[in-house]
Design a protein around this ligand. Sequence first.
Ligand SMILES: Cc1cc2nc3c(=O)[nH]c(=O)nc-3n(C[C@H](O)[C@H](O)[C@H](O)COP(=O)(O)OP(=O)(O)OC[C@H]3O[C@@H](n4cnc5c(N)ncnc54)[C@H](O)[C@@H]3O)c2cc1C
Length: 516
Amino acid sequence: MIGRLDGDTWDIIVIGGGATGLGIAVDAQTRGYRTLLLEQWDFAKATSSRSTKLVHGGVRYLKQGNVSLVLEALRERGLLCRNAPHLVHDLAFVVPRYRWWEGPFYGIGFKLYDRLAGKLNIAPSRQLNRQETIARIPNVETENLIGGAMYHDAQFDDARLALALARTAADQGAVLINYMPVTGLTKQNAMVNGVVVIDSESGHSFELRARVVINATGIFADAVRRMDDGSAERMIAPSQGVHLVLDRSFQPSDTAIMVPKTDDGRVLFVIPWYDRVLVGTTDTPMEQPELEPRALPQEIEFILRNAARYLSHDPSAADVLSVFAGHRPLVRANGARNESKSISREHTVLVSDSGLVTIIGGKWTTYRKMAQDTVDDAIPVGGLPERACVTETLRLHGWMRRDDTRLPASGPLQMYGSEAPAVQAFVAQETGRGEVLHPRLPYTCGQVLWAAHHEMARTVEDVLARRTRSLLLDARASIEAAPRVAELLAAVLRRDQQWITSQVADYTTLARGYLP
Ligand SMILES: Cc1cc2nc3c(=O)[nH]c(=O)nc-3n(C[C@H](O)[C@H](O)[C@H](O)COP(=O)(O)OP(=O)(O)OC[C@H]3O[C@@H](n4cnc5c(N)ncnc54)[C@H](O)[C@@H]3O)c2cc1C
């Protein structure tokens, strides 16, 4: 990819390789614009690998009466299920009922949710009696349980979807580079005409030119806006959300639990994910955006306390396999109105006087629509020829129907979609019968090599946190696996013993932050 950086002017340079920036790279390149994406660390390193992993319309927005927002998200949910069926799938949710009036209340709400999804609905919602509820969510608190209300949304693997977007953009001819921070913007006649970058691996700094530069840096958007205008108002109000990962005994079925009202009025999910259970989340306003946010003790305690109200076998801190925190890129209520181009309740596109296009807010579910809106607004800024968005029906890299018999029904190869047979053959060739990475992790050493050869993994953390989800599935096991990963990576990337030692040390420090 670095070899493809020539002196020519790019049509579009995208800063930021999370859901938003990667979606924009796919949109821009498939419209035929020459597109370059620059990510300061690794793709999805920040918020986009730390979500609840739901592709959802947002049942809770219905309660707030925000129907247009739900409609947009439900439509995007439907499109994503069609365009990436190997990474996004149906998930049933049950709201356990302990009071009689909750039956009609949730029943009506979920029917409305079904109706809003229209033809793209996953499956109709319905009421469950007490027995059916227990069969669906066996660890539910049964004292005073009357029944449940069941509805459907979709679930995904966020970091893997990010990678699928990166590879889709690359398949179409875009250039995407990780570990290449943008440190400044260049201007001509007071208009932004490029970026200054540093290649973190070589230490070289250079400038790149573009007709339009798009700032898709999520919680870091204000820092990039200030590279353009030192006095730009703050637009982002980060809000921290934490999840705990437990083993499957805490929700031993394929159905999730939705708790509509925790003791301070939030929504809490208990969700089966791979062979684990995710429980979360919180909503804690933070002063500053952080790349590696850490859960606060009171957030962990809040999740454990509220989960215990709905589970019969209560989790404790000792059961937690991993804790991960992320910052939501929420838009402040009254910032920079004069720059606003198109505002929806969830995302906003801004164009500064010097032509920097910034996209803020939104959620994973709506990344495609956000990308479409941003590129639409960037076209006149860059004086690019107008071309229509084509991503509504664009199949993402690895597309494969879920019922295709060549796709493993479950297990660690499923995430590769149509590439699974190639990965399987590669693993067999590289490591014989497929040496496992760690007895408590569902991955093989061959997958580490695949990540280095085909998925732009550059560090132990890239492999353990995002190409595989080892860090989230079992932080301790991932620390134990780190030396083997470092060795395997060093062989592919031609690194020495000193690199191995420092990679293992860095990863161990990071992963200890995921232990409760
Ligand atoms: C706890 C939590 C749960 C969530 N759950 C869901 C969910 O279930 N479903 C859903 O739809 N959404 C969910 N979301 C929202 C969703 O995760 C985010 O909206 C989305 O991931 C934001 O993506 P982004 O690309 O805008 O930001 P990011 O993922 O943060 O990406 C921005 C990127 O820009 C890079 N960057 C920053 N500065 C520079 C620079 N100078 N040069 C180069 N690169 C730079 C960063 O390194 C980063 O990778 C959740 C969010 C949180 C926090």
